[in-house]
Each structure stands twice: as structure tokens, then as C-alpha cells.
Write a protein that binds this ligand. Structure first.
Ligand SMILES: Cc1cc2nc3c(=O)[nH]c(=O)nc-3n(C[C@H](O)[C@H](O)[C@H](O)COP(=O)(O)O)c2cc1C
Length: 289
């Protein structure tokens, strides 16, 4: 799958390659009302990755339901709506509004955005608030609810357990890692909000460790995300315990990255003589049943 926010609403890529080859399309973060996002500059390049502070620029829920979802409904590939809310109650309201909308197959709750004043990381860093946000969504929809975790915590397994206890169908790990870049000429941070979210290959070991920990803590599927740019990277995440993967920043540098990873994964399995990918899922875990 593409990672939320790096694939827009899917239409541009649909014109470029066969998106039906994907497991799912994940939408950009959807907010209740349309938002402009943060001031420029919103991105800064870093060694082996990038910092972003987009701040959830979004068209808003109504436009997604009225204009985008009907187009998604014509695709065979399922579309997962990535949902961002300012409050726990708003997660519930948005889940209710998206419930039963043709073209939307599941929700991914973004309780992990580091670039907004409310609703993001401060919910996602607290297991109690994370559980309540999950519960609010689950109570209001028949759709599967995936919860996307932040890596900016000391105990991701506790967060994952809180979300699963509250009814999450799957966990996605990870959103971006908090970071900072300084413009030495201007003597101040490059990004207007100072901190940004680090993504790309630099965060792969962090993401991999989180998937490894979370997969041990919960029995629902774990979606691995963070720094994946090759089939070999994808295999590492599957071995750590992920049953699916998302690719974000890699697509900015190489718009064919998703297709290359899908093809590369097939080739890797053939080369290794593996008939069913499930044979390797979680095989690097300490106890492999
Ligand atoms: C420009 C940009 C925008 C993003 N927007 C969102 C978003 O709207 N919702 C979300 O849950 N994650 C968002 N993310 C986080 C990614 O989905 C992903 O979790 C993160 O970038 C790590 O994966 P990667 O290293 O493959 O990019 C964004 C990331 C980037 C780089």
C-alpha cells in the first residue's frame, strides 16, 4: 500500500501505473473541515530521508464523501480512508459519517501526526486517549478500523494493546519520527513550526523495531511502514511480523517504487522457493509458531 499523505487521493498515480496491483490505496489524511495546512517551507531534505510539516492540508470530509469516494467506488482496489480529528469525539463523528460510504473499505486513524496543534500525537502518545479515540471510531462504524501509531513514545506495545482492546482491527506502525533541521544562515529552524516528521530510509530501523515489538504484543494484523524503499526492505518487515506494508517517501524519489517493490517481492519469493508469503511472516520473531 502507499503510505497516507504520499499518494494524494490516488488519482495521479492511477494514471501512471496499475493501482489494482496494490493491496489497497490509503488516502491522504481527511479532516472534518478543509484545512490549508502549515506555512511554507513544509519540507526539508535530510540525509537518508526528509522532514515534513504539512499540517494536514485537506479538502475536508464532505468533499471526500461527495466527490472522491464515488470515484474510488469504481476501482477494484480497496481504499482506506486515513482520518485525522481534533478531538476524540470528532474521531467518532467522522467514523459515523464515513460508515457505509461506497468507495471506502476501511478507516486508518491518524492519532500520530506530529505537525498539528490538536488531535495528533498528543492522543497517540497516551494509551488511554488512544484507546478512547479507537473506541469512539469503532462504536460508530462497521468498517475495519486500523490505528496508526507514532514512534515518538517509549512503549509502543502498550499503545497497540490499548487500541486493540478498544476494538482496532489492525495496527499500522509507524508515522514519522519527530526531528529538527536548522538553517545556519538564518540561525533558526528551517520549518516554521520548528519540529517536523522524519521519514524515509533513516527511520527504517526504528519502524522495524516497532513492528517487531507490536507484533508480539497484539494478535491483530500489523501493517509495517517507515523507510521501505525496496523489496528486500519489505521482506524485513514481513519477517519482523508485518502482514502488509506501506511505502511513503520512497515514491517521491522514485514514482515507480511501489510497482518495483511488488514485482521485486514476487521475484524474491520465487528465488527463495517460497510458495506462500505467510511462510516468512513473523519468522524473525523470537518464538515463531
Ligand atoms: C509529505 C508527507 C505527508 C504525510 N501525511 C500523512 C497523513 O496525512 N496521514 C498519516 O497518517 N501519515 C502521513 N504521513 C506519514 C506517512 O504515511 C508514513 O507513516 C511515514 O512517512 C513513514 O513512512 P516512509 O518512511 O515510507 O515515508 C506523511 C508523510 C509525508 C512524508
Amino acid at each position: 500500500m502507499p503510505a497516507s499523505g504520499t499518494f494524494s487521493w490516488g488519482f495521479e498515480y492511477a494514471a501512471r501505473f496499475d493501482i489494482e496491483a496494490l493491496g489497497a490505496v490509503v488516502s491522504k489524511g481527511i479532516t472534518r473541515y478543509s484545512r490549508q495546512g502549515n506555512a511554507q517551507p513544509r519540507v526539508a531534505e535530510t540525509p537518508m530521508g526528509m522532514l515534513n510539516s504539512i499540517g494536514l492540508q485537506s479538502v475536508g470530509l464532505d468533499k471526500v464523501i461527495d466527490e472522491l469516494a464515488p470515484q474510488w467506488a469504481r476501482w477494484d482496489v480497496p481504499v482506506i480512508a486515513n482520518v485525522a480529528a481534533d478531538t476524540i469525539d470528532e474521531f467518532g463523528e467522522m467514523a459515523r459519517a464515513l460508515d457505509g460510504v461506497p468507495g471506502i473499505a476501511a478507516l486508518e486513524l491518524n492519532i500520530s501526526c506530529p505537525n498539528v496543534d490538536a488531535g495528533g500525537i498528543e492522543i497517540g502518545q497516551d494509551p488511554v486517549a488512544s484507546g478512547r479515540a479507537t473506541e469512539a471510531a469503532v462504536r460508530n462504524t462497521e468498517l475495519p478500523v486500523i490505528v496508526k501509531l507514532t514512534p515518538n513514545v517509549t512503549d509502543p506495545a502498550a499503545l497497540a494493546r490499548a487500541c486493540v482492546d478498544a476494538g482496532a482491527s489492525a495496527i499500522c506502525a509507524i508515522n514519522t519520527v519527530l526531528g529538527l533541521a536548522i538553517d545556519t544562515r538564518l540561525r533558526r529552524p528551517v520549518l516554521p513550526r520548528a519540529r517536523g516528521g522524519l521519514s524515509g530510509p533513516a527511520i527504517k530501523p526504528i519502524a522495524l523495531r516497532m513492528v517487531y515489538d507490536v507484533a508480539q504484543a497484539v494478535s491483530v494484523p500489523v501493517i509495517g511502514c517507515g523507510g521501505i524503499e525496496s523489496a528486500e526492505d519489505a521482506v524485513e518487515f514481513l519477517m519482523a511480523g508485518a502482514t502488509a506494508i506501506q511505502v511513503g517517501t520512497a515514491s517521491f524519489a522514485n514514482p515507480n517504487a511501489l510497482q518495483e517493490i511488488i514485482d521485486g517481492l514476487d521475484q524474491w519469493l520465487v528465488c527463495e522457493g517460497i510458495e506462500d508469503v505467510h511462510e516468512i511472516i513473523g519468522c524473525a520473531q523470537p518464538v515463531h509458531a
